[in-house]
Design a protein around this ligand. Structure first.
Ligand SMILES: [Fe+2]
Ligand SMILES: [Fe+2]
Length: 347
């Protein structure tokens, strides 16, 4: 991934240290701790979220001109743990009331609880706005807002597969196989999203809009990767995926309608069309067989499954609120571009 612009002391230090040779730098951990201390909230702090994107990227696409060996550097691992622990603590705090409400013994049917809370998760209707009244520039912004996550769709949850056994594992493999197009490149959801961007005249390269994405957007991606990459958080990863799948089918119908209303064709809408159908099936498999099966094997994970689902709903709602508020104020929901940088692929 192309290196982004720094957003504060932490990201600026990471960009300069990681661009050099791999060596001990105990200061990275301190820089992460200071950034956490100085952030009002780590979920909406640009420097913390970008720092975490950079550190996590070392385990995914990698960073341009950065030595891959940094991934296993103790200082990088330490700094990442400081940031992820802070993000996890803040999320647990934020969603504790919701999880407590969902937990009581009377509601022990996990599947019913998950369907109920995801159905009830209203949040502001970004999908409704896009379907009915969004302008073409707003649709482009929405596509850019989702680009980091959707161009690597499914990858965060794939980390969970080797940590499962039996029914939950079979369930997750079934769903992930669909996400990767059943092995057909042209049907991979990541590929379908790249097509949508291209059809809209946007840049389909992973990470090309990172500089424009605010912390509230980055938090959706860093949280999913944090859940996926820690075995300790396997319950949260499963619950997170349940919320993703169970809140997808209906909004995607509206996104597809928005794409067509604004003059883009079937090829641009294909990503959204696919999710209307696929996720109606995925939500059943993920909620009943992945989450239900996992909690049957390990009842102690129940609370974390709910924590993961609640975290996903919270971050989605925050991002939608931020986008709609910006548009209501007649502003862009993206961070300012460098001079001359426009949204189009030619930039
Ligand atoms: Fe998908
Ligand atoms: Fe899905």
């Amino acid at each position: 991934m192309r290196l982004p612009r720094p957003r504060g002391l932490l990201s600026s230090r990471l960009l300069s240290v990681l661009s050099g040779p791999v060596r001990r730098d105990g200061g990275l951990r301190d820089a992460a701790a200071t950034a956490v201390q100085e952030a009002g909230t780590v979920l909406s702090d640009d420097d913390v979220q970008l720092g975490l994107v950079l550190l996590q990227e070392l385990s995914h696409d990698g960073l341009d001109a950065v030595d891959d060996s940094w991934e296993r550097s103790a200082d990088v691992v330490d700094a990442r743990a400081v940031l992820e622990d802070a993000v996890e603590a803040e999320l647990r705090d934020e969603v504790a009331p919701a999880v407590a409400r969902w937990l009581p013994p009377a509601r022990l049917d996990l599947a019913e609880t998950l369907f109920e809370v995801t159905d009830a998760a209203e949040g502001p209707s970004l999908a409704g706005h896009l379907q009915r009244q969004a302008t073409r520039p707003q649709l482009d912004e929405f596509l850019v807002q989702r680009s980091l996550l959707q161009l690597r769709e499914a990858d965060a949850h794939t980390w969970l597969i080797p940590r499962l056994t039996g029914r939950p594992k079979a369930a997750l493999v079934e769903v992930q196989s669909d996400e990767y197009g059943g092995g057909r490149l042209e049907a991979m959801h990541q590929q379908l999203y790249a097509n949508t961007l291209r059809e809209a005249g946007l840049d389909p390269e992973y990470g090309s809009y990172l500089d424009r994405l605010p912390a509230t957007t980055l938090a959706g991606s860093t949280t999913a990767r944090m859940f996926g990459q820690q075995r300790r958080l396997r319950g949260a990863a499963a619950g997170h995926l349940a919320a993703v799948e169970a809140t997808s089918s209906l909004p995607n119908r509206r996104f597809a309608a928005a794409v067509r209303r604004l003059g883009l064709g079937d090829r641009a809408a294909a990503y959204f069309d696919e999710h209307v159908v696929a996720d109606a099936a995925h939500e059943q498999v993920v909620v009943r067989d992945l989450c239900g099966g996992l909690v049957e094997q390990e009842p102690a994970l129940l609370e974390d499954v709910l924590f993961g689902a609640a975290s996903c709903l919270l971050l989605d709602a925050r991002m939608a609120t931020a986008v709609l508020d910006a548009w209501a104020a007649g502003e862009s929901s993206l961070l300012p571009a460098e001079p001359q940088q426009r949204l189009g692929a030619a930039s």
